[in-house]
Write a protein that binds this ligand. Structure first.
Ligand code: CDT
Length: 300
C-alpha cells in the first residue's frame, strides 16, 4: 500500500513586534484549519513562528530578550494550537525560541518540534548552524545576532512518524549539505525546514538578487542527493520595516519543485507526498551503502 503524507506548508506573513502570542496563534490556527480542510496530515510552520525575527536587534537587557522565548511548550498561549491539532487529527512542525533550565543553568535554543495527530510532541530539534555574529555591529542597518542569543543544538536525528522517516532542520541549516546527508544516512523521507531570511545580507549586498536562486539550489540538491521530500516554509514580507523573502516550497525526491508560494503573506501550499517515491533514489544512484567512498571523505 502506498504511503502518502499530505503536507501543508503553512507560510506566515510578517509578525510585528507589537503582535501578541495570542494573535499569532490565532493565525497559525487559521492556517491549520485550511490545511485540515484540504485533507492534510501535517502542517509545517516557519522558524521562530511565534514572534517577530528578534535577532535583527541588539538588546542589552536580558529580560527584554527573554520576552521572545517560550519557557514551556505547550504553554498557556500555544495550548490552543495543540488542542486544535488533536481535534483535527493533524500534526505540525513549529519553530520557536526555547528557554530551558537544566541543572540550574539557563539554555536558549532556536528550536523546532514535531507534534503528532494526537497533539503529542514526538521530536525536538535545536538549530545547529547559527548564522550571523555575536557582537553588536552598528555599521549594519540591522543585526543578525543568532550567535549571541542562542547556543547551538546537538545534531540531526530522524523520527518514525506519519508512516515515514521524518527529519527537521532550521533555516541556515538548509544551506549545508551535511544537514541532509546526516539525515539521509538515517533513511530520511521528509525533511521539514522553517526559515526567516532577510532579503538583504549587509556583508554581501551583491547576493540580494540571488537569494531565491540559492533557496531553490540548496533544497533541490538536498532533496535529490538524498532521495527525500523537502518541505521548506518561510516567514515572509516586511516585518517591522525589514523585508524577509517568501518562496516557501515543497520539493520531491527527484529535486523538482512541486509547490511554491505565490505571496509573501499567510498562505497554505498543499501536496500529497508519496513517501515510496524516495525508494528509487535510495536503492539506485544514491544507495549509500553500495556507492559512497568514505575512505576518500576523511576531511569531512
Ligand atoms: N534565520 C536564518 O538562519 N537566516 C539566515 C540568514 C543568513 S544571513 C546572516 C539564512 O541562512 O537564511
Amino acid at each position: 500500500m502506498a504511503r502518502f503524507v499530505t503536507v501543508a506548508a503553512g507560510q506566515l506573513g510578517p509578525i510585528a513586534r507589537s503582535e501578541t502570542r495570542g494573535e499569532v496563534v490565532a493565525r497559525l490556527m487559521a492556517l491549520m484549519r485550511q490545511a485540515h480542510a484540504n485533507g492534510c496530515d501535517l502542517i509545517v510552520y516557519p522558524e521562530l513562528a511565534l514572534t517577530t525575527f528578534f535577532p535583527r536587534w541588539y538588546f542589552e537587557d536580558q529580560a527584554e530578550i527573554d520576552q521572545f522565548f517560550e519557557r514551556e511548550m505547550p504553554g498557556p498561549e500555544t495550548q490552543a494550537l495543540f488542542d486544535l491539532a488533536r481535534e483535527c487529527g493533524i500534526g505540525f512542525y513549529l519553530g520557536y525560541a526555547e528557554l530551558t533550565v537544566e541543572a540550574g543553568i539557563v539554555h536558549r535554543y532556536n528550536t523546532s518540534i514535531l507534534v503528532d495527530r494526537s497533539g503529542a510532541i514526538v521530536a525536538k530539534y535545536r538549530k545547529v548552524h547559527l548564522p550571523g555574529h555575536t557582537e553588536h555591529e552598528p555599521w549594519r542597518k540591522f543585526q543578525h545576532l543568532e550567535k549571541r542569543y542562542f547556543e547551538p543544538g546537538s545534531g540531526f536525528g530522524v523520527t518514525a512518524a506519519f508512516g515515514g522517516v521524518m527529519g527537521m532542520a532550521i533555516c541556515n541549516d538548509r544551506r549545508w549539505s551535511e544537514t541532509y546527508r546526516v539525515m539521509g544516512l538515517q533513511g530520511v523521507e521528509m525533511v521539514m525546514i522553517g526559515y526567516n531570511t532577510p532579503v538583504h545580507n549587509p556583508p554581501a549586498p551583491e547576493h540580494d538578487d540571488l537569494s531565491l536562486f540559492h533557496n531553490h539550489l540548496v533544497m533541490q540538491a538536498g532533496a535529490y542527493q538524498n532521495a527525500t521530500w523537502v518541505v521548506a516554509v518561510a516567514k515572509a514580507g516586511v516585518e517591522d520595516g525589514h523585508p524577509l523573502f517568501g518562496g516557501s516550497l515543497i520539493v520531491d525526491p527527484n529535486g523538482e519543485i512541486v509547490a511554491e508560494a505565490k505571496t509573501e503573506g499567510d498562505e497554505v501550499l498543499v501536496h500529497p507526498c508519496d513517501l515510496d517515491a524516495t525508494t528509487f533514489g535510495k536503492t539506485t544512484i544514491f544507495d549509500f551503502a553500495r556507492h559512497r567512498r568514505i575512505e576518500h571523505y576523511g576531511l569531512i
